[in-house]
Design a protein around this ligand. Structure first.
Ligand SMILES: [Zn+2]
Length: 439
């Protein structure tokens, strides 16, 4: 293997647009009969829309006729039938596979099978990301994640495929993470989540260590779990003397997209996925570069029927080739459909709030929630986490924070202090639910 080559998979990462589309169409058409035969949920939805796989002879047919599926349908199907896979599994009951669970940031987790073949396919695509972040043969990959995540083992296989050593830690086990950096000096760390970044910084300070010395030899930190904000990038790039690579996607699908060293959008894998950007809740396409909801279709997954899956993620897409030389579609992720709120008719995403809070050292930790009291509100209400004695004058800071939010967003804002630990206790360890539903 040539450690000097630019891309892990030169052919698939630099496909010309006509070949890309032809490949997507061929793979999609080959897949539809199996998906239809295997997935009870998909079959039910297609029948309800009067669609049969024999009717779909092109990508255009697909876009015109095929209904979408989404998470709530899967949960409902599971609750109605007792099928743990919610009608989405394509595997007969006696086929061996691993069974993961969804991240469950919103609602009860669903069950997600994955076969060895699928793990291998996703490992190949994840190796492209690890390679882009600087992992090379003979290197060390530090993986810090939760085993319930569907791409967990594929990610480890990706590092092995490159010819690297792989080491594992749990997200919140910071002393072990620090030891890993001190002694194994990994080349790439995945995934750095927002709470882990804060915790790692504090743990290194507590031990009286120099962050550049401990973390600077790691060439790439793959950031996941929430949007990479400018402050988080500065922490990794400047304070740690490394480089942050934002990764996003939908773990349940093994759909992962990641920045290259140009940091201008997240590269996806056009050979494995067909992505549409539509007006939220519809199948009406938006113009290239416009904000819309991503619909994901997995072109290769033999385990699950993610066909026109409504991701509930809002963002933009560009098919312009990147300065890095890759031609793969780049997506810019803005936030979850369910995480946007409307104040006096104006849409606000949590990441937009976070960018403002980050201007204030007292609250730049990212522990906050937006309180939602209805579909459209008069005022932006925030619950911001703090610890006893952490802020010298919380009562004095509050109006200044509110004024700063009002200035930046052009809408009235109110800040309420809440205990930081109670916010962290609300979600999975890597995420604080950004919306707090209230009356
Ligand atoms: Zn690029």
């Amino acid at each position: 293997m040539d450690a000097e080559r630019r891309f892990w998979n030169d052919e698939m990462e630099t496909l010309p647009s006509d070949r890309k589309r032809a490949l997507q169409e061929a793979r999609l058409l080959a897949r539809l009969p199996n998906a239809w035969a295997g997935s009870s949920l998909l079959r039910r939805e297609w029948k309800a829309s009067g669609v049969h796989p024999a009717d779909i002879r092109s990508l255009d047919d697909f876009i015109r006729a095929v209904p979408t599926v989404h998470k709530e349908m899967v949960r409902q199907f599971r609750d109605d039938t007792g099928d743990p896979y919610g009608g989405m599994s394509l595997l007969p009951a006696d086929v061996p596979c691993d069974v993961h669970t969804s991240s469950g940031t919103t609602g009860a987790p669903t069950f997600l099978p994955i076969t060895e073949r699928d793990k291998s396919i996703f490992a190949e695509s994840l190796a492209r990301h690890l390679w882009a972040a600087g992992l090379r043969p003979g290197g060390v990959a530090s993986l810090s994640l939760a085993l319930y995540l569907r791409p967990a083992f594929a990610l480890a296989d990706a590092a092995r495929r490159i010819g690297a050593r792989v080491t594992f830690t749990d997200w919140p086990d910071l002393p072990r993470v620090v030891q890993t950096f001190r002694y194994l000096k990994p080349d790439v760390h995945a995934f750095l989540s927002p709470p882990q970044a804060i915790g790692l910084r504090a743990e290194i300070a507590r031990l009286g260590l120099d962050p550049k010395e401990i973390l600077g030899s790691t060439g790439g930190f793959i950031w996941a779990g929430d949007a990479l904000t400018p402050k988080a990038r500065r922490l990794v790039d400047e304070e740690w003397d490394s480089e942050a690579f934002e990764l996003s996607g939908t773990g349940d699908l093994c759909f992962m997209m990641q920045e290259c060293d140009r940091h201008d959008g997240l590269h996806m894998h056009d050979d494995l996925w067909f992505v549409e950007v539509v007006e939220p809740g519809t199948t009406i396409p938006v113009a290239e570069g416009e904000r819309g909801e991503f619909l994901f279709t997995s072109l290769m997954d033999e385990s699950l029927a993610f066909i026109r899956w409504r991701s509930e993620d809002i963002g933009t897409a560009t098919t312009e080739p990147c300065a890095c030389g890759r031609t793969s579609t780049r997506l810019h992720f803005l936030g979850r459909v369910g995480y946007r709120v409307s104040i006096r008719g104006q849409t606000v995403f949590p990441v937009e709030v976070q960018r403002i809070l980050e201007l204030w050292p007292e609250v730049d930790h990212g522990l906050f929630q937006i309180v939602r009291t209805g579909p459209d509100m008069e005022i932006l209400r925030l619950r911001v986490g703090t610890r006893e004695g952490e802020i010298a004058d919380p009562a004095g800071l509050k109006p200044r924070l509110e004024a700063s939010l009002e200035d930046a967003l052009g809408i009235p804002a109110r800040v309420d202090w809440v205990d930081a630990e109670s916010l962290l206790a609300l979600g999975p360890p890597h995420k604080v639910p950004r919306i707090h539903e209230a009356d």
